[in-house]
Design a protein around this ligand. Sequence first.
Ligand code: RB5
Length: 145
Amino acid sequence: MKIAIGSDHGGFELKEAIKKQLQKQKISFKDFGCATPDSMDYTDIAYPLAKAVAAKKFTCGILVCGTGIGMSMAANKTPKIRAALCHNVYTAEMSRKHNNANLLCLGGRVLKTKDALAIVKTFLSTPFEGGRHLRRIKKMMQGGK
Ligand code: RB5
C-alpha cells in the first residue's frame, strides 16, 4: 500500500499528524505538500496528487484543507477520481464499501485529531463491497452519459 498525502495551510497540522500515524503503521506515503503552514492555494496540491492517484501510482490519496470542501471539489474534477469528504468513521467506511472512494478528504479545522486519525484508519482498512455498488459506480464514472 502506498498513499499520496497532501494539504493546504488549513490542513497542514492534521496532515503532519496523519503522516506520524502512517509511519507508526509502517504504511509508505509520498507527501505532495504543503511543506509549511504558510497560506497557499489548495488546488496546487489537489490536482497533481489526484492525477497521480488516477494514474494508479498510489493505492489512494488523502487531502486535507480547512473544511475538506475545496480539496474534494478540486479532486473530483480529475477523471477516475472518487474523492469522499468524510466527517466520521461511518462516512469513511461507507465511502469505501459503497462508493469505492480512492481519495479521502478531511477538514483540518472541523475535526478533532483523534477522530481524523480514526477516519484514516477506517478508510485505509475497509474494502469495496462490489456487487450492486459496482454497477452504480460504473454509471457514475460515465458521468450520466
Ligand atoms: C483556507 O483558508 C480554506 O479556505 C481552505 O483550507 C479550505 O477550507 C477550502 O475549502
